[in-house]
Design a binder for this molecule. Structure first.
Ligand code: ADP
Length: 251
C-alpha cells in the first residue's frame, strides 16, 4: 500500500450505472450498483450471462467508465482522471488475470512475470521476486516460453505477473475458464494465497460455483443489479443460489 492510512476497501463503486449504445439499442448493463471490495479479501462476482459481471469488474478496475455514479480504487475517484493518470494508477494499484492467460509468447516465463515492472521502469526486488516465484511454484520453468507450459502453468505465470507490482487488488476475469478442474483448483489456491499470505484483495468474475467457493464473499448480479451476497460460501450453496437466479427467482 502506497503511504497514508490503508483504506477499508481496495476498490468500490457507488450508484454505478453503465449504459451501452443509444436510443433503441441502448442497454443498461449496470443499473445502480453500490458495492465495496474490501482490502485483503477475496470477492467473487456471479450471475447469469449478460447480468453485468464483466462490466462491473471493468468499471471498478478503471478499464471502462461509468455512465453515472462513482468508482474508486482505494480512496481515489476514477471519473475525474484523464487516461494517462488512470493508466498510472492502474499500474500502481491493480493486477489483472484473464481467462486466455494473455502472456507474451516471445518472452520467457521470467520476462513475462516482470513485464509490468519493466513497463513502469521499476527494477524487481530480487528477494521479493524469488519469494513470488516460490509461491507460484515456477522456479524450474523460468527460462521457458509460454508455449512450453501447460494451461495451468501459464495461468500461474499470469497470476505472478498480476502480483509482481504488489497491487492492492487483483481483478480476475474467469481465471479458471480454460482449465480443467484440477489445474483450476491450483490457480484458485494461488489467488487465495495472494489474499491470505500477501495481503492483496482479489475480485474474480466466474460462473463456476466451485471457483466461487474459494472466495470470502460472493456477489450475485441479475439484470445489472446486485441481488444478493453470500459470506463464507460453499460450492453447493452457491450452486443452489444460481439455480434460483436462473429461474428468475429472488430478484
Ligand atoms: P456478463 O459479464 O454478466 O455476461 P456483461 O457485463 O458482459 O455481462 O454484459 C452486460 C450487458 O451489457 C449485456 O446485455 C451485454 O450484451 C451488454 N454489453 C456489454 N458490453 C457491451 C458493449 N461493449 N456494447 C454494447 N453492449 C454491451
Amino acid at each position: 500500500m502506497s503511504g497514508g492510512t490503508a483504506p477499508r476497501h481496495a476498490a468500490r463503486v457507488a450508484g454505478a450505472v453503465k449504459e451501452y449504445g443509444t436510443g433503441d439499442t441502448r442497454v443498461r448493463a449496470l443499473d445502480g450498483v453500490s458495492v465495496d471490495f474490501p482490502a485483503e479479501r477475496f470477492t467473487a462476482i456471479m450471475g447469469p450471462s449478460g447480468s453485468g459481471k464483466s462490466t462491473l469488474m471493468h468499471c471498478a478496475a478503471g478499464l471502462d467508465t461509468l455512465t453515472e455514479g462513482h468508482a474508486y480504487l482505494g480512496d481515489t475517484e476514477l471519473g475525474p482522471l484523464d487516461d494517462r493518470r488512470l493508466t498510472l494508477l492502474r499500474r500502481e494499484r491493480v493486477g489483472f488475470v484473464f481467462q486466455a492467460f494473455n502472456l507474451v509468447p516471445t518472452l520467457t516465463v521470467r520476462e513475462n512475470i516482470t513485464l509490468p515492472l519493466d513497463l513502469a521502469g521499476r527494477a524487481p526486488d530480487p528477494r521479493r521476486l524469488a519469494d513470488l516465484i516460490e509461491v507460484v511454484g515456477l522456479g524450474d520453468r523460468l527460462a521457458h516460453r509460454p508455449s512450453e507450459l501447460s494451461g495451468g502453468q501459464q495461468q500461474r505465470v499470469a497470476v505472478a505477473r498480476a502480483l509482481v507490482g504488489q497491487p492492492d487488488v487483483v481483478f480476475a476475469d474467469e481465471p479458471t475458464g480454460n482449465l480443467d478442474s484440477r489445474t483450476g483448483t491450483g490457480v484458485l489456491t494461488l489467488l487465495r494465497r495472494a489474499v491470505d499470505t500477501l495481503g492483496r484483495a482479489v475480485v474474480m468474475v466466474t460462473h463456476d460455483p466451485t471457483a466461487a467457493g474459494h472466495a470470502d464473499r460472493v456477489l450475485f448480479l441479475a439484470d445489472g443489479r446486485l441481488v444478493d451476497t453470500m459470506d463464507a460460501p460453499t460450492a453447493d450453496r452457491v450452486l443452489d443460489r444460481m439455480k434460483d437466479l436462473d429461474r428468475g427467482e429472488g430478484r
